[in-house]
Write a protein that binds this ligand. Structure first.
Ligand code: HMG
Ligand code: MG
Length: 300
């Protein structure tokens, strides 16, 4: 089997992982410490927060303070989610070099998540993507609900491809394909990737793991030449607009898979587990990573 020699892991725990936390709100200092621990693990790409309405997502309030205080490790990309011009202005003001816009392949999800239609989301993005690009920012575009939507059900792959194409035409450097509710199986991944024939360096897969299929989905994506994967330490998270959906695939589980396949990823598992132990301790939760649990239990 021919796997890519090397993959990039985009650690989304500090954003996707923490955004759904409804318990004790984490302080800016705790979020900063988490991100600094993650950057020490060798991860080169971190989604560190979002500039969204704090009424919609209270856990991401003060993301700009988080950015101001983190160590800016050379070579590490620290990205922030931005839904509109206001979010872009905050990013610009703080000297942030990497932003992520987000829309969906489902009208109903887009409305619930960002209070606008898919078309209106594109109009919002068109107000700032050209400015962001002109200033040398990196822009990632998310397409949510690539397989199913919690409100609309089945989503046609063709719809996902159309939304991704529009985002690329608008200037996005990379598209993250989001299985927001973690329902896809390898067959769904194959069906989508056979239609989504974009350059592989512009495609990232973002699997939530509600039904435990994420590792299988990553494996078939690797077989199809994908080499950018989103993951969240300890499997943290979920989406506040997708009730019952669980977190992203655990970063530890992805690292273990890649080690087994002999694919380079540049992440030090022990350092990553320090970050996981830190956040799990703060949130008083058991790890959502089977690999972390096995390693903590001394199972070799
Ligand atoms: P709206 O109510 O239409 O916005 O919400 P608005 O412009 O009328 O403003 C409402 C309030 O929000 C105002 O404050 C604004 O200032 C403020 P108030 O005057 O009431 O005090 N506001 C902002 N504050 C900070 N930064 C901003 C900003 N914009 C407005 N950029 C809006 C529209 C998009 C703002 C809202 O619906 C929102 O914030 N949604 C965010 C939803 C979200 O973050 N969802 C989770 C991330 S997406 C996800 O998890 C999926 C993903 O992981 C991929 C996958 O898994 O599929 C990416
Ligand atoms: Mg997500």
């Amino acid at each position: 089997m021919l796997w890519p020699k090397q993959v990039k892991i985009v650690e989304v725990g500090p954003r996707d992982g923490l955004q759904a936390e409804r318990g004790a709100m984490l302080s800016v200092a705790a979020r900063v410490k988490l991100i600094d621990l993650l950057s020490e693990s060798g991860l080169q790409s971190l989604e560190a927060g979002s500039f969204v309405s704090s009424k919609s997502i209270p856990a991401m309030a003060n993301s700009e303070d988080v950015f101001d205080k983190i160590q800016k490790k050379p070579g590490v990309d620290y990205a922030f989610l931005v839904p509109n011009f206001k979010g872009f202005e905050i990013a610009q003001h703080h000297g942030i070099k990497s932003i992520s816009v987000f829309t969906a392949a489902s009208e109903a999800f887009c409305q619930r998540n960002t209070k606008c239609s898919i078309q209106e989301s594109f109009e919002r993005f068109s107000e700032f993507i050209p400015l962001a690009k002109a200033q040398g920012m990196r822009v990632r575009g998310y397409v949510s609900c690539i397989f199913r939507c919690p409100y609309e059900g089945y989503i046609q792959p063709q719809k996902v491809v159309q939304v991704a194409e529009t985002l690329l035409d608008m200037g996005c450097d990379e598209i993250a394909f989001g299985d927001t509710i973690g329902v896809g199986t390898p067959q769904d991944v194959i069906a989508l990737l056979e239609r989504a024939t974009f350059p592989k360096e512009k495609m990232a897969m973002h699997f939530h793991d509600t039904y435990g299929m994420a590792i299988a989905n990553i494996t078939v994506s690797l077989e199809k030449g994908i080499h950018i994967f989103d993951a969240s330490l300890s499997g943290l998270g979920g989406c506040p607009y997708a009730e019952g959906a669980s977190g992203n695939v655990a970063t530890e589980d992805v690292i273990y898979l890649l080690n087994g396949l002999g694919v380079d990823h540049g992440v030090n598992m022990n350092k990553l587990m320090e970050a996981s132990a830190y956040i799990d301790g703060l949130l008083s939760r058991k790890s959502g990573s089977k690999v972390a649990l096995a390693l903590q239990g001394g199972c070799v």
